[in-house]
Design a protein around this ligand. Structure first.
Ligand SMILES: [Fe+2]
Length: 384
């Protein structure tokens, strides 16, 4: 099979990397940065030193600190208006997925007229935006590597996404020091999101040699280091490993996309307002178990990277069950609740099964699956 694939967004990685932002932007010829973050980044003292670092390299800044979770289209359009008027030549996003999604939305609108909802999907003919620099403060979304932004459309009461090269960053600054203060629950949820990116991109219909290598490394690292990062958030090695693994998994996801675990996660998340990482975790063990039906070799790789021995001659059902149990054990080890513990009613949940098949990621699933089978997964995962 001939495979084509691309590699995106180079990183500056390591403790203290954020202290190199001014030099890095100055070397690229930038003079004025539009810096995007939320109030928490100000309160926790994360954004101010980064802004100061830019000033030390003679880079002017215009700051937008009004980012809120699940960025609404109106806020993104307001930020883009400020950015356009300010005449900045680079965009910097500091924070988690919401800050990065806001930055990407601003970049879509910097040279294209609002509203942003007209660009949902895979728009053609967008005028290019500015270079974007991402400084993630969580390890999980992988948003720093992806070519899509998720925006909440207020008037239509739904989330949608823009998938475009205009959403791609030009540099990711990965400084584990910025993640040391992340609480255990957020560490667990974002870390499992990264794990889901890795196992789904490895087993999806668009996997390729580059994404496979990145995904396998991320699975190996997250299995070993996420429990440590949850247990002791100040462990510098665990934080460094997780930020690196999240970036690797994000690159794998950008190249090969994700499938059923995320389709289920998006559907449950939208209906029951569950955080993304947790929503994706609920049925991930069952999804990978079932995926062994057509991707037995890939699921064996997941077992291998997780340190699970697969007996010689094991059939797909046995391989699937081993992977399911290992993934479930990891999710439990980092303290994430199941569907029942999250107070999601089973009868309401089962009604969502047909909606899962309408999610974009459903097209990437490497096999055919019915809504009835998805409902079966819900039942099997419910109290597990
Ligand atoms: Fe995700």
């Amino acid at each position: 099979m001939i495979t084509t694939y691309e590699c995106f967004v180079p990183p500056i990685m390591g403790f203290g990397a954020s202290k190199r932002i001014g030099i890095a932007l100055h070397a690229r010829g930038h003079k004025k940065a539009f810096v995007i973050y939320d109030k928490g980044m100000e309160d926790f003292g994360i954004a101010p030193p980064i802004v100061e670092n830019l000033h030390m390299s003679n880079i002017e800044t215009v700051c937008f600190d009004e980012v809120v979770p699940d960025p609404p289209d109106e806020m993104v359009e307001h930020a883009a208006e400020i950015a356009r008027t300010a005449g900045c030549d680079v965009i910097v996003a500091i924070g988690g997925g919401s800050s990065m999604d806001t930055a990407k939305g601003v970049n879509v609108l910097i040279n294209n007229p609002p509203p942003i909802r007209q660009y949902f999907g895979v728009p053609k003919g967008l005028r290019p935006g500015l270079p974007m620099v991402f400084v993630p403060t969580t390890a999980g979304t992988g948003s720093e590597t992806t070519n899509m932004c998720v925006i909440s459309c207020v008037s239509q009461n739904k989330k949608d996404s823009v998938v475009s090269p205009v959403c791609l960053g030009s540099l990711a600054i990965l400084d584990p020091e910025l993640t040391l203060g992340l609480p255990p629950r957020s560490t667990a949820m974002t870390g499992i999101d990264a794990f889901a990116h890795a196992v789904e991109s490895l087993t999806g219909g668009q996997a390729n040699p580059l994404s496979d290598a990145l995904a396998r490394d991320a699975i190996h690292t997250i299995t070993r280091w996420l429990p440590r990062a949850v247990e002791n958030g100040k462990d510098p090695v665990a934080r460094e490993k997780m930020l690196e693994a999240s970036y690797f998994a994000g690159m794998a996801f950008t190249n090969a996309l994700v499938h059923l675990g995320h389709s289920i996660g998006h559907t449950i998340g939208a209906r029951f307002h569950v955080p993304h990482g947790l929503a994706c975790a609920f049925c991930l063990p069952e999804v990978i178990e079932y995926t062994a039906w057509t991707e037995k070799e890939k699921v064996e790789m997941i077992c291998e990277e997780m340190g699970v021995t697969v007996p010689e001659g094991a059939d797909w059902k046995e391989v699937g069950a081993l992977a399911r149990d290992a993934i479930r054990a990891l999710i439990k080890k980092v303290g994430l609740p199941n569907l029942e513990q999250s107070n999601i009613p089973l009868d309401e949940l089962v009604k969502l099964a047909p909606m899962v098949t309408a999610d974009t990621g459903f097209a990437i699933i490497p096999y055919r699956i019915t809504a009835a089978r998805v409902a079966e997964m819900f039942r099997s995962a419910y109290s597990a």
